[in-house]
Design a protein around this ligand. Sequence first.
Ligand SMILES: [Mg+2]
Length: 320
Amino acid sequence: MSLNLRRPTKRHSKLETGLRTATLTIRGGIPKNYSCSIDMDYEARYRQAQRPKYDCLLFDLDDTLYPLSSGMAASCCKNIADYLVEELGIEESIVPELGNLLYKNYGTTMAGLRAIGYSFDYDDYHRLPYENLKPDPVLRQLLQGLSIRKLVFTNADKVHALEVLKRLGLEDCFEGIICFETVNPPSSSTPAAAGVFDIVGHFARGPSVDGVELPKTPVLCKPSPEAMEQALRIANIDPHRTVFFDDSARNIQAGKRAGLHTVLVGTRHRVKGADYALESIHKMKEALPELWEEAEVASAAAGNIRYSAGNVAMETPVTA
Ligand SMILES: [Mg+2]
């Protein structure tokens, strides 16, 4: 027989009404305890429907948590060029082309340098004008208004990431930092190649002419799929319930392929793979107001639980 279990009443919300009017087919009559079992089923589905859409925010660091106008990126480019000439002895005239080829083919210049055979100390790589970065109370307040997980995912090293967060006054706003060392632990490093691969000559001749493949980099970094997967696995992130913020269109596209919800930062123009585009990270509340609405609901619910249990909730500190 077919049975409509409950007739919707005005007391029920639209969501409740939809769930409560489920139709059930019962052969051989209605069991005496049907009301109880149906209520349990309803409760489970109701809780599922009430679950917030997102449970984690994943932020790139450079040019995402602070604007490109800080001048950090321009200084970084100049430092890299100087480093290639002064420390690695690369001919100055080929530096622009070399840098471009490495970046295009390996995600970062550093990953490319390692791939073609250079070995260097990563600590020498960043000599940046950190004094350009100032505390950002607006972003701090936005982040602290959200109780869900928040992590940084950067290709940079830990020293740089900590320095940037400290300068921005955001060092205590994140559960952790997924940085270069996180996805490239010391045990994963490989010895430098015996010689240096001529990547400029390789492309000048045309890859299809010499039949030689580009060497693989031993370094994992965005936007490689392996780096994305590694970061999500290490931080135990469900990509389908996570919003990923990055200023790089390539990284956003890699994030989308990994299943993340994506926000391109630094422009109002969406690119393929970006669910949203924000001129500034300060606009995140306007683009995703539901994050703060869900936070308010969760906060109210947590308050009720604390009150009835008579306990004081404490945050669990998590280190980077
Ligand atoms: Mg960036």
